[in-house]
Write a protein that binds this ligand. Sequence first.
Ligand code: BYC
Length: 321
Amino acid sequence: MATEADERELRAHFEETVAADRRVEPRDWMPEAYRATLVRQIAQHAHSEIIGMQPEGDWITRAPSLRRKAILWAKVQDEAGHGLYLYGAAETLGADRDDLTRRLLEGRQKYSSIFNYPAATFADVGVIGWLVDGAAICNQVPLCRSSYGPYARAMVRVCKEESFHQRQGYELLWTMARGTAAQREMVQDAVDRWWWPSLMMFGPPDAASPNSRRSMAWRIKRHSNDELRQRFVDMTVPQADRLGVTLPDPELRWNEERGHHDFGTPDFAELARVIGGDGPCNAERVARRTAAHEDGAWVREAAVAHAQRRARRTDDSGVAR
Ligand code: BYC
């Protein structure tokens, strides 16, 4: 059993590792609160990827051409892969995937607020790629330097794929914006509906963010919620100009002195309501995820039975067959 002196030494080593920007790995000692914070954030991130398949997934059968259908199908499949890497990263911290799924379905763990909004038209597919994946990239690129090794490494691959997703969304909108007047209207309408919820993805303002200070000290998060929100606005405004859409914020303007855009305040009361379960699609999203989990029970049972049979055969002969 570790003595107090051992623990002091282990803690000092952990703090030195984080301060020197080296990676904490699963085999390393870590404070219990660091582990719990990571499980909380990584699980929430994984749940977001999986629930996030739903708004766009609804459009796979209704995509207007075979090309658009193939692209969308591949993108939604990528999100499933991201969920898988992230659940894998959570497992390296001792979390159990079944338990995490149960917590999601029982409302004991969260997923990103953004996926509780409906994807009303095909233009929403483009806007989700451009704005939602764009916001995700802004948030996730710094996570590639997160102090926990498996999370940081998962983020490298996720970011590469998200970057492709963002471009496909922008390309879709670019095509629609150069189409008919009705298509241009659909694009503007989708931008109007998704702009503020996209800004809310970055979380509450810094002054109301209970986890930020500690997560930043541990270098799990590298930037505050407000810093990343600002970065996203600065990145997106020129893209909106090129596309020819208006961002629905009368306070949005370049501030020469700050070298950043000024912008209005998102409705954080709405964010709190959506996180609390009272968004436009919360009930539908969780019900769909629950049904998919129940429908998939036979696959999990078959996989376990297969693994057990393989293990038994290995025991009998010493060789897996
Ligand atoms: N939605 O102290 P704070 C994708 C919670 S999916 C819901 O600032 P923190 C994609 C927060 O968890 C990518 N909950 O927290 C997929 C905390 O609650 P708990 C999704 C939110 O952790 C498919 C409380 O509010 N990205 O790209 O320091 C298709 C107080 O907040 C939200 C990630 O998951 C929210 N928006 O910072 C297309 C990124 N905001 O846990 C695209 C990873 C806050 O204490 N996560 N909360 O009960 C993070 O970077 C951070 O967790 C956050 C919040 C910036 C989101």
